[in-house]
Design a protein around this ligand. Structure first.
Ligand code: ADP
Ligand code: ZN
Length: 717
């Protein structure tokens, strides 16, 4: 028998199956989906068996050994990997690696072992045997279920005599490292809207539904009900959340309701814990998997429902190869299993809402808040009318003082998505945009130019604002530290805690800050975007947004969408408890539709406005984008090759090609990057041609290319 083994040799760009002979001693052990060690050139490497066949190929080398007892990927997942490859044009092996926990990856250096524990079992009827009190105590403990050897020895040492007398024996059993923290959960009788939602999702002939409902409308309760129904039919469920560490309450609700039927997969788990959770799933010991993006690959069988909560979140796009989009994978798996797919959000991505709007997927709406709490009052402050120094408006200072006096808490958001460096008018808030792409121009200090990261347009920076004609153009960008200083000065005595990239870089720091703030050890929480989501503090009655504009100016066609989403999210943070909440949004763009409509929490109107712009400018959902990076350590070569590739693409595909352009960080680790963008609607010339390009650059050691379908970031910051 011959096995086809998929191997990975990074340096040589090998992503191919090679045939190996299965020696007699391994014939029962080699299975499809199992890892094996095989000779390759002078060394031994690892690979995955993709096929086993009869063959009369001659001179094949033998498989050296098998690594696993059971396949690490089942038939469905092996097929799914091929689908991911087709969608992303990545190597097949990278697709499989993305599906597996570290411990099961091919060629993984750190081997992780199963964890065993010694337990004691009674094997003899001891009623007629004469035993002392100590021994009887131990036997009682075992009968009560306390059977761990280490625990029993702590009680007294007569366990050893019991072993000698052959009344009990020691057994080794595997234990799982991860323990679910048990949460609390109240089961609610669903209200009419929720019942209607469950019915619509269950009965719709369309397996994909968008559950659109403002925060607090009871979406989670709907998921729980759907899953319960699903389990009662003997099926399983996958629940995806954007970042599990930011949504502990949500996970707690699931673990509380479904207890030991659940496996959790997320980045805060140790490699050992992930390994255990993964095998628990593969062995069919759990019925629900809850996790972040990669949990979509969980080896569950008989899936009845997949839930993607906060479906608009950018964390569902994988930024490394394979650059897959989780929703694509979820659709594929739901088709394979004939399972329901529920996409939930208060601010759906435009792509998803457009599909619901045009009835390609089933639209289910929750209009009211389940707990009958109103939305908080939102005030917009026009910063161009405030005094020029400092970042705090009169109104915000007034409100902060008021809440401090009442011993209530305050969350302040400093809107800072990456380090986008753009220039803006400090008088009127004007920013310059690309005349071709409607994208904010990015300021490049070294050349003193403003550049478009989409098409490459560039212009010299000007000190005079073209709108208000003041000499007030500045490179704007505030850090949390600076605002913290200002807060300390303005509110002496207030206890302030800062949460940003710097203060949360150590493990567990994030949770510490959150719980300290929850326990009211601090009055003001100042933070970046990371504070916006999922947090639920009953004593917070004021949410302030220091600068609503920054996210409007990131060089991304989705900037308005991000801003609307962010402001809607933070607004939901105020007044969660019994006390009424207020939100103060500071901006230079008080008339911008994203800001005005976020104040009203009017998603539908926002959708309509934004769709008009997307249509005019030809952006998704009206088109699809592909971002291509051309990279080389040689600047001239990267530049020349990107122009060459642009020309070739224009000749060979039907769609529009933008660029080459350079980003502000176009030189990273001495590699120069140039970018191209393909904008298309329907074009079957693209995939085959891009495959050719990849093949062409594979053997080029000086230039490489990277392709990202439906990119989140055109240029990373
Ligand atoms: P979402 O997921 O849309 O933000 P949740 O499901 O978390 O909403 O519900 C918001 C709040 O309302 C929670 O505190 C939840 O316990 C409560 N809730 C949800 N459904 C009901 C219901 N049918 N009756 C009473 N309270 C409910
Ligand atoms: Zn442009």
């Amino acid at each position: 028998m011959v096995a086809e083994v998929l191997v990975e040799i990074k340096a040589r760009n090998v992503d191919k199956c090679f045939s190996y002979n299965i020696p007699q001693n391994l014939i029962d052990k080699v299975k499809i989906g199992i890892r094996v060690s095989v000779p390759f050139g002078k060394q031994n490497i690892e690979g995955i068996v993709l096929n086993i066949k009869e063959s009369n190929e001659k001179d094949l080398k033998d498989i050296k050994d098998v690594i696993d007892e059971e396949p690490i990927l089942n038939g469905e997942l092996l097929e799914l990997g091929k689908f991911v490859k087709e969608k992303t044009l990545s190597t097949l092996i990278s697709c499989y690696l993305a599906m597996l926990p570290k411990a099961l990856k091919v060629g993984s250096k750190n081997k992780i072992n199963k964890k065993y524990e010694k337990i004691i079992e009674i094997v003899k009827d001891y009623k007629d045997i004469k035993l002392n009190d100590k021994e009887l105590l131990i036997l009682k403990e075992i009968e009560n279920g306390n059977n761990k050897k280490t625990d029993l020895l702590k009680i007294n040492s007569s366990l050893n005599t019991l072993i000698k007398k052959d009344i009990v024996i020691v057994k080794e059993v595997e234990v799982y490292r991860y323990k679910n923290s048990s949460g609390t959960d109240r089961v609610h009788e669903l209200n009419e809207e929720q019942k209607e939602a469950v019915k619509s999702i269950t009965e719709s002939s369309n397996n994909i539904s968008l559950l659109y409902g403002v925060t607090g409308s009871g979406k989670t309760e709907v998921y729980l009900k759907l899953i319960e129904n699903c389990l009662s039919m003997g099926k399983t469920a996958i629940v995806l959340v954007p970042e599990i560490s930011l949504t502990p309450q949500m996970v707690n609700r699931f673990t509380a309701r479904f207890e030991n039927k659940i496996a959790v997969l997320h980045s805060a788990l140790s490699d050992g814990e992930k390994y255990d959770e993964y095998r628990k799933i593969a062995k069919g010991e759990v019925e629900i998997v809850i996790g972040a993006r990669s949990a979509i690959f969980a080896p569950l069988k008989n899936i009845g429902i997949i839930v993607i909560d906060e479906e608009h979140s950018t964390t569902y796009k994988q930024e490394n190869n394979p650059k897959y989009n989780t929703i694509d994978i979820a659709i594929k798996r739901s088709q394979t299993h004939n399972a329901k797919l529920v996409l939930g959000s208060a601010t759906p991505s435009l792509e998803t809402f457009a599909r619901a709007y045009t009835k390609k997927i089933n639209l289910v709406t929750l209009k009211n808040r389940a707990n009958n709490k109103g939305l908080p009052k939102v005030e917009i402050i026009d910063m161009s009318k405030e005094k020029k120094e400092g970042h705090l408006s009169k109104r915000l200072v007034e409100e902060i003082n008021d809440k401090l006096e009442k011993k209530e808490q305050i969350v302040l958001l400093l809107n800072r998505r990456g380090y986008a460096s753009f220039i803006t008018c400090s008088n009127c808030g004007y920013v310059s945009k690309c005349p071709n792409c409607d994208i904010t121009l990015t300021y490049h200090k070294s050349s003193d130019m403003e550049r478009c990261h989409y098409c490459g347009y560039a212009k010299k920076r000007d000190d005079i604002c073209p709108e208000c004609h003041e000499n007030a153009i500045k490179n704007l960008g505030v850090g949390t530290e600076k605002v913290e200083e200002e807060l300390e000065k303005t509110f002496p005595g207030a206890r302030i805690i800062r949460m940003d990239f710097d203060t949360t870089s150590t493990k567990g720091a994030h949770e510490k800050i959150i719980s300290a703030f929850r326990d009211h050890e601090y009055d003001i929480l100042l933070g970046t975007q990371m504070i916006a989501k999922g947090l639920d503090f009953p004593n917070v009655t004021l949410v302030g947004v220091i600068n609503a504009d920054t996210s409007l100016m990131i060089p991304n066609f989705r900037c308005s969408e991000y801003t609307f989403d962010l402001l809607s999210q933070v607004s939901g943070r105020s007044g969660r408890g019994e006390k009424e909440g207020i939100v103060v949004i500071q901006t230079y763009n008080k008339d911008h539709y994203a800001i005005k409509l976020a104040k009203e929490q009017n998603y539908i109107e926002f959708f309509n406005e934004e769709m008009k712009i997307r249509r005019t400018m030809g952006y998704p959902p009206y088109t699809y984008l592909i971002s291509i990076k051309v990279m080389s350590s040689d600047y001239n070569l990267a530049s020349k090759e990107s122009s060459f590739l642009a020309k070739k693409l224009k000749e060979n595909i039907k769609s529009e090609v933008l660029g080459p352009s350079i980003g502000s960080n176009f030189k990273v680790k001495n590699i120069y990057k140039f970018g191209l963008i393909i904008k298309y609607t329907k074009d079957d010339t693209i995939y085959p041609y891009l495959e050719k390009c990849l093949e062409y650059y594979k053997s080029n050691s000086k230039v490489s290319i990277d392709i990202d379908f439906n990119p989140i970031n055109i240029w990373q910051y």
